[in-house]
Design a binder for this molecule. Structure first.
Ligand code: NAP
Ligand code: SF4
Length: 675
């Protein structure tokens, strides 16, 4: 008997059967817009081979005005049908099923042609939408139906109608964005007419034996969102209109409550989906922060849904389901919900990939074969760069030795995992530990390597990482001045008032670590919901607590500083920076930009402002923490070069600026693919 009986049970839809209860949720990868359809096909086929029960594509616009941005992919012509057919054929050949998501962005569209129920500009697009007239609404309904019919011709097994996350159909549902006084606005019966009409038209266009998933917003997390009675009413009407499955949407994109970031507890919103169970007779899917088979199994076992949706976990590991089936769940590369290589790329106009798995969306480009001539490879540094090099080099048949002076693998990941809200990093280090143990890599921990120790290796890879930058502040040698390493390793006591020098990713992390009292809210769902002001949607419209966020009092007073005269946190992740800033605000952290650090003495940290060094101020504090960035540790690389050996230098040892695990893992993987 399998360890995940619920997750791996088939789902009979009457006219077709899904082989398990795992939906690969829709993600915009940016691949379709590049026009390399072989690459698109290989991306989805790999996930089909990896066992996903049903794949949903990235959002395809039903028409030009509904595209998320000008030029967004859709299914607009017969040529498009042929391209999409190449994808569905490959997925079917791999034993999978695939549905195309139809996504109309409405006022979220990043283009001047955008349309909506009313001309209410969204906070996340500069373009106010045009209000649709009766004819315009009719056109949108027809375009959804035409798109679905084309999807059927392109060989898809179904479509997903995107009705949540604050997109077009959602915009008609709530008074927040629907100010109409005609038959499409006013009463809830009028406001819900559009999604029902769309599903009905889609069903008419595709006939009976075709999957229609409707993505229903269960909790809008915006003011004047839907009430739960309205959600249930809509769910029933959507079922009656012909939907096969209801998928769950959590929060509008403009919501100021995180819904998928790493600091969101695992399966944080499945209790909301559970409230829908029993109200409809079609299967219900739940989603958000489900990233491990055990989590999925528990969610299904506790009756929260009939099926689970996971999206980003299929970037991290295409073989998620297959590994679970084969009793190899510990080998599933974990999605740590960082958004760094997927959503941050999407919003930066880049192709999505994955921090943990640089092959995601690069399946046709980053592939490796067994090495023609196995070599002896030394890798110094068991951080993300070194570990990923080691695993791929070993897989290719090289004889790999991985050295580190520390007594554990992980490098800087071991510091990240200490930060409240970054608990997923524990799983990532565990995954590397498992994979290294199962590989042929020889690990030499507690080993300080010199250049002479590396004689006899065919290839030497230096992944020695970084050391903290010396900010050269007068008085920094005092006992109460610590580095972020001292703090995050818990090596030194920190007083009640702390001054943090440097507001990069690590300064923010240290501020979160030092102001959090007791356990991390990420580990305690009730506390997390209260902290962000999430209420039971059955009691509060849209699920917003009337009292707002109720954060725990900070553990200590912190002042976070940088020399740049800019708002702090500008360099953080595009989709997560606002969460870090909001978290520190809730912890009453004072954020100060444009300072000069003058000196540290008994009074505290002396700072001044601007080039003229005006407005001297003493930041009274018991402890000063240095988070002033890093410099590459190249001492071993330099010693090797002096000996006439040319090592490969990767990760932070190569470039310290903006060092991050994404670049380190990508660089290590690509190097090992070539060694
Ligand atoms: P960083 O992002 O480069 O930030 C360094 C900070 O130190 C800046 O605030 C900088 O601001 C300040 N600084 C630089 N030189 C200084 C000097 N001589 N004296 C005083 N202050 C100085 O580096 P980090 O915070 O160490 O993070 C390293 C990398 O880890 C990041 O780039 C990021 O990729 C990754 N990371 C990301 C996150 C996240 O996104 N949540 C979290 C942790 C780590 P001023 O120059 O304005 O003073
Ligand atoms: Fe998950 Fe981060 Fe990979 Fe995105 S980049 S799929 S969030 S691990």
């Amino acid at each position: 008997m399998t360890s995940y009986p619920k997750m791996l049970a088939p789902l009979d839809l009457g006219f077709t059967t899904l082989k398990n209860r795992v939906l690969m949720g829709s993600m915009h990868t940016g691949l379709e817009e590049r026009g390399d359809w072989n690459r698109v096909a290989e991306f989805y086929a790999a996930r089909a081979r990896g066992g996903a029960g049903l794949i949903v594509t990235g959002g395809m616009a039903p028409n030009r005005e509904g595209g998320v941005f000008p030029g967004a992919a859709g299914l607009f012509s017969d040529e498009d049908i042929a391209n999409h057919k190449s994808v569905t054929d490959r997925v079917h050949d791999a034993g999978g099923k695939i549905a195309m998501q139809i996504l109309h962005a409405g006022r979220y569209a990043y283009g001047p042609e955008c349309v909506s129920a009313s001309p209410v500009k969204s906070p996340i697009s500069p373009f106010p939408p045009k209000e649709l007239d009766e004819e315009g609404i009719d056109k949108q309904i027809k375009d959804f139906a035409t798109s679905a019919a084309r999807a059927k011709r392109a060989g898809y097994d179904g479509v997903e109608v995107m009705g949540s996350e604050g997109y077009f159909l959602n915009q008609f549902l709530v008074t927040h964005t629907n100010k109409r006084e005609d038959g499409w606005g006013g009463s809830y019966e009028n406001r819900m007419r559009l999604p029902i009409a769309v599903v009905r038209a889609v069903r008419e266009a595709v006939g009976p034996d075709f999957i229609i998933i409707y993505r229903l917003s269960m909790i809008d997390l915006v003011p004047n969102g839907s009430s739960f009675d309205e959600v249930i009413q809509l769910a029933k009407e959507i079922e009656a209109a012909g939907a096969t499955i209801l998928n769950t949407g959590i929060g509008w994109h403009e919501a100021r409550i995180p819904t998928i970031a790493t600091s969101v507890p695992r399966a944080a919103f499945t209790w909301v989906t559970k409230k829908l169970m029993g109200h409809v007779s079609i299967p219900v899917i739940t989603s958000n922060r489900i990233n491990h088979p055990e989590v999925a199994e528990n969610v299904l076992e506790s009756g929260c849904a009939d099926m689970v949706s996971m999206a980003r976990p299929f970037l991290a590991d295409a073989d998620f389901v297959a590994k679970a089936e084969q009793g190899r769940a510990d080998e599933i590369a974990p999605c740590i919900a960082c958004n760094q290589a997927c959503l941050d790329h999407t919003f930066g106009g880049k192709i999505s990939t994955c921090l943990v798995n640089p092959r995601a969306c690069y399946e046709t480009d980053l592939a490796w074969q067994p090495a023609e001539k196995p070599k002896k490879v030394a890798i110094v540094g068991a951080g993300p760069a070194g570990m990923s090099t080691a695993l791929v080099a070993d897989e290719r048949g090289h004889e790999v030795t991985l050295f580190d002076r520390a007594d554990e693998i992980g490098g800087q990941l071991n510091m990240a995992k200490q930060v409240p809200g970054k608990e997923e990093f524990w799983g990532l280090v565990d995954w590397y530990r498992t994979m290294l143990a199962k590989s042929g890599v020889t690990q030499r921990l507690n080993t300080e390597v010199t250049a002479d120790d590396l004689d006899g290796f065919d290839e030497v890879v230096i992944a020695t990482g970084v050391t903290p930058r010396d900010p050269e502040i007068a008085g920094q040698d005092r006992d109460n001045v610590l580095t972020y390493i001292d703090v995050l390793r818990g090596k030194a006591p920190v007083g009640d008032r702390v001054a943090i020098i440097g507001a990069g990713g690590i300064g923010f992390d240290v501020a979160e670590y030092l102001t959090q009292k007791g356990d991390s809210p990420t580990e305690n769902l009730d506390e997390w919901l209260a902290e962000w002001g999430v209420a039971d949607p059955a009691e509060q419209r849209g699920g917003l607590a009337p009292e707002g966020p109720q954060p725990e009092a900070p553990a200590r007073h912190a002042v976070l500083m940088q020399r740049k005269a800019k708002a702090l946190g500008k360099g953080l992740g595009k989709t997560t920076g606002w969460i870090h800033r909001a978290t520190l605000k809730m912890k009453q952290v004072e954020m100060v930009g444009g300072v000069n650090y003058e000196r540290i003495d008994d009074q505290g940290l002396h700072v001044s402002s601007g080039e003229a060094r005006e407005n001297p101020r003493v930041v009274e504090c018991d402890t000063v923490v240095l988070c002033a960035g890093q410099v590459s540790d190249r001492s071993l690389a330099d010693a090797l070069v002096a000996k006439g050996i040319n090592p490969h230098v990767i990760g932070g040892a190569d470039v310290a600026a903006e060092l991050d695990a994404k670049r380190a893992i990508n660089q290590g993987t690509r190097l090992a693919a070539e060694l």
